[in-house]
Design a protein around this ligand. Sequence first.
Ligand SMILES: Nc1ncnc2c1ncn2[C@@H]1O[C@H](COP(=O)(O)OP(=O)(O)OP(=O)(O)O)[C@@H](O)[C@H]1O
Length: 304
Amino acid sequence: MLLAAIHMENLTKSYDGKIIALNRLNLDIPQGGIFGFLGPNGAGKTTTVKLLTGLLKPTEGVCTVFDMSPQEKPCDVHRICGVMTETARMYGQMTGRQNLQFFAQTAGMDGPESDQRADELLKSLDLWDARDRKLSEYSTGMTQRLSLARSLVHRPGVLFLDEPTSGLDPESAQTVNAMILSLARNTGVTVFLCTHQLRYAQDLCDGYGILEKGNLLAAGDLPTLCKNIGCRIRAEFRLAPGQSPEGLQKAGEWWRTEVRDEDEMPGLVRKLIDSGHDLYEARLVKPTLEDVYFEYTERREVSK
Ligand SMILES: Nc1ncnc2c1ncn2[C@@H]1O[C@H](COP(=O)(O)OP(=O)(O)OP(=O)(O)O)[C@@H](O)[C@H]1O
């Protein structure tokens, strides 16, 4: 069996001995995956990242990053992890380039190597033109991209990202997304991405965990999450005006029905045509991550 890059077993954290911020979390994240950790404010996402990066100790349970405990081997874990959070500090009076050179040298690179690494990152995150400006003069989006560059300076194998595109304009968000995808696909970096932005997560992630009030409601890829909660695909048809096909429901100018999978579509199209309908358009509408997420969280509300 492949070694999970991140492993959590009964991982539990209570800050005050009463409120459980994280409740018996069991999760394995494979190497090279982009894992979207989803949940509302206060769900326990940041707590999980802090446990995985050794900033907190679990109340119960264990976690490992490439088989190393962040609590027992914090230095080893930090060497292979990059962390980008809103609170990651850099130096306002230094330029973007000087900040990256500094952090590269802190990670053990010599002068020329750190210059090269800083320049490489500044170019790939569209910060090259701003390289000699002080960080204190950067916009929020530029600061955020520099913060991502900082987390990547030592070429980590695991990257923890907390809302990496929340303050970014669409162009900058695209640059950051492309960088994250390329890191995972081309260099096998494992990405653990905390976010509330479900559309953004669906574009990027290949696996998800849905966390609510410290409890993991579900985990898996989108088809698995859909199947487990019973979210169906919809087959929809646009017909000539005035036609009413049997067994389909009307929604606006479309007629629709739920199907188990897309293999049912050709049969439905044939049936409509054979029964004399004029078919203008046919489409399959798959549940989005947003649909699935709300299905899980709403069912949980109902079952309380
Ligand atoms: N230092 C702390 N002391 C006490 N309680 C804390 C502390 N840090 C977090 N908590 C509580 O733990 C729970 C989980 O918080 P956490 O910050 O992990 O959530 P989150 O999912 O990251 O939220 P957000 O999306 O707002 O960043 C919340 O109820 C929070 O109030």
